[in-house]
Design a protein around this ligand. Sequence first.
Ligand code: 3SL
Length: 235
Amino acid sequence: MKLFIYHTPELTPTDSLPDCAVVIDVLRATTTIATALNTGAEAVQVFRNLEELMTVSDRWLPEKRLRAGERGGAKVEGCDLGNSPLDCTSELMQDKRLFLTTTNGTRALQTVEKASSVITAALINRQAAVNYLLNTQPETVWLVGSGWEGGYSLEDTVCAGAIAKVLGESVTIGNDEVIAAMALYTQWQNNLLGMFHLCSHGQRLLRLNCDEDLKYCAQTDILDILPIQKERGVL
Ligand code: 3SL
């Protein structure tokens, strides 16, 4: 297994695809996706743009769907939910399809949606992602961070480093980003919440009073759930 890390969708190669792409948006899209599936959502369907989400979800029975939209960290008007994983309760999610559009995470997913297998990871389901990779042994694996509007996001790289560290000697290192991400995870592994308070998107969410979201997203290996793409854009 050869492991590569790309910090943003923009830095991800467009002339090839890996055997497995692991999309990471710790704050908060991939944390929300894992949580929604864990609390009983039938599936999560992701969209880059809101209009398309509305068109596709209109064809769904209203009692079987939830629409979640986030831009700039805030809930999009007209949606049932924003992008807080804490809103993904069993009462709300049970047997519903969550139609989701976010600023960066859903865009990152679409960048690699044609890879042979596509999964999502966050700190909360890190071990589930690692187990999948160890069991399936893809030849090439890309860990793709979502970043923020084309820029680098520390928290996604730290999560990629957390995955790389547990994979350890089961992988060969494909690019220098893997070495750097493991060093960053080593630096922050005992203070992930502190790292969220320092990084730019963590600070953006704090300004939006999302303190509890940060605490939830900073937990490691609490959910044994693995979002896997079943058809394009559907996990
Ligand atoms: O950009 C995204 O995909 C979101 O996860 C950002 S937020 O955490 O919902 O603000």
